[in-house]
Design a protein around this ligand. Sequence first.
Ligand code: TPP
Length: 790
Amino acid sequence: MENTTNNDTALQDKFSFDTFRNAVMADYKIVCQSRETSLLGRKEVLTGKAKFGIFGDGQEVAQVAMAKFFKPGDFRSGYYRDQTFMFSTGIATIEQFFSQLYADPNVEHDPFSAGRQMNAHFATKMVNENGDWLPLATLKNVSSDIAPTAGQMPRGLGLAFASKAFRKIEGLQNLTELSTNGNEICFCTIGDSSTSEGHFWETINAAGVLQVPLAVFVWDNGYGISVPKKFQTTKSSISDALSGFQKQEGTNGVDIYKLKGWDYAGMCEVIEPALQKMRDTHIPAIFHVEEMTQPQGHSTSGSHERYKSAERLEWEKEWDCIKQMREWVLENALAEEEELIKIEEDAKEFVKQSKLAAWDKYSAPIQQQVTKTVELLANYAQTNTTIQQTSTTLQNNKEPLRRDVLKALAITLDNVPTATDVKEYEQQLKAANKKLYNTMLYNEGEKSALKVAEIKAYYADDAPMVNGFEVLNNYFDKLFETNNKVIAFGEDLGHIGDVNQGFSGLQEKYGKRRIFDTGIRELTIMGQAIGLALRGLRPIAEIQYLDYLLYGLQPLSDDVCTTHFRTAGQQSCPLIVRTRGHRLEGIWHSGSPMGMIINALRGMYVCVPRNMTQAVGMYNTLLQSNDPGLIIECLNGYRLKEKLPSNLLAYTVPLGVPEIVHEGTDVTIVTYGSTLRIVQDALAILNNSNINCELLDVQTLLPFDINHTIVNSLQKTNRILFVDEDVPSGAAAYMFNKVMEEQGGYKYLDVAPRTLTAHAHRPSYGSDGDYFSKPNVEDVVRVVKEMMAE
Ligand SMILES: Cc1ncc(C[n+]2csc(CCOP(=O)(O)OP(=O)(O)O)c2C)c(N)n1
């Protein structure tokens, strides 16, 4: 008996030793391959095959340690150094890495961005071609990386927060395809220097308050490009600086761990139980991984010898994580030297072959275009030396680009405009390239907000007149009753139901997990919404006043607006940002910086409803789509009376379709939002002078008048005035450009077209401040009369 037990234990020990050893060897193989990828990648840039390269050399060992514990269902919100993690989790191949380095626009080759992003900006597919969410709970998920440092932090918070929502909101627990009881961790990586950004601090604070499973790995190599830690971080240590955030018995907060980037065994030992604790408790954690190196410097844009001392460079060589791991393997007799040499040599060969395969795939379609072009040009080259030279240059180009092909075709057409075969091929390529480079800013399939069918609001005979805010309040009540996936949050939105009572009484009814207050932190409110939306929920995130959108604009502009585009349609971020703006009182409660907003937010839809009834229709439209949107309610409209529609949940307002609010024949006036009421008042006065204006409410600025309704009106009136309360050359100039240039409106003008806007400064306080800062009724009357007299 005793003997058998001993044998069993020995066998078990042997088995677990073998398992352990094999795992270490597999990791060693990955770190060697990853290092070789960095070395060859840099060469590809320096020899001109790729434009720019940024690599993860020096961080390989920490990343294989982290990757071991990344499970299906988990998310990564990281940055450009994480290639080893990607290889180790099996999410990316080295060949794919090179495809992205070459900017291969084929999504089969670069599955992260279809050549739209710089190298090492990773992503996984989260929605299918129909816009349905994939079963993310069973997949290893990577939210698409962005270049702005610390930009991944707010999104990471949101991805982790979604785990909390899935765990705690009753109606969501049956969405097992999207979450397994909220066990998912968001792995968030960040460079040590980027922790200097406000994004980092706001995120850590919010995570500590919210208690969400956010695992932040700070990769600390001592520098932010050339600027050392002492200029970045108080006490030169992010973990020391954060120590007050440490969770203690009976408090909230975060767990903080210090690790060494070369210590493979030490890191594995700490990370595994720490992550398990997070899955169980949702307590966030920070892993400060120190003593990392950067063997090739920051990127291909320079050399680190310029700013690192000889001693530092020497230290980095000695403490190179792969060198240290190798020594540890030998010291612990996990492998013989020969075995390691074999792994290292095999890695070199494997990476070389992967690189070549990526290059062949990248260049093959371009070579085909070159061959075809040279064939076409042959007919014309005999009689034209320019075409002859063009053809030869193209043929001799060893690394031709798509643009070189098109330039050759254009030169040929310039010389022989009648070359119809060349023209046809040029058209064909232009269309193909447009598809590769200019599509998918918004959803284009069934989930496009532009494909939502219009359903009109209808009213019962005895429909009550209510305050504007009550229209919204009734609507949100019905929405939360019928759609489990909707979650609303913001400053003062929960307990008191927002500062204008749209959510009044609804937290009590639908619970603190679905309708809740946040801290004053617009940036991470946006981040929370981004994470929820990426994970298949439908957040309505509130910015209390439009003037404070600036604090949350960066993640909307850089992250939300580019999500669908930069992943070539593989991720969607259907959040709704709700806010209120336009004229009220004072500099920061009456702004209407619409030009800034629409220019920053190409990739979102921007809705500017004139009243709350229209706003509801816009919420309905957006909620049926996968596109993100911003809805700006009129600050001065919450107490104006509106008739309550009967089909609150059903009616939709089509985006990009202006409404003719008042028909007329003399002057077309184009406006939106609160200014519309000013113009309505002016219309009554103008009517007394027998001037009959046609008033159009554009309803949405993005998109803008997709059916060219405005130019139709202009054809009738031959006079046009654009009115809004943005600064001069703001959104009014945008509308002007759209109608004059895009719609060809200049052809129908009898008098000079005009814009009437606010003054260039922020609005002064008080009713007189408003009157003299923003367009007023008398201004509208004056300008229209001038136009009639011209
Ligand atoms: C918002 C923003 N500012 C500046 C940059 C330019 N930039 C790119 S990387 C970098 C340094 C980042 O250093 P660190 O966070 O320590 O990461 P590391 O590259 O060392 O891994 C800077 C300044 C940027 N991408 N985004």
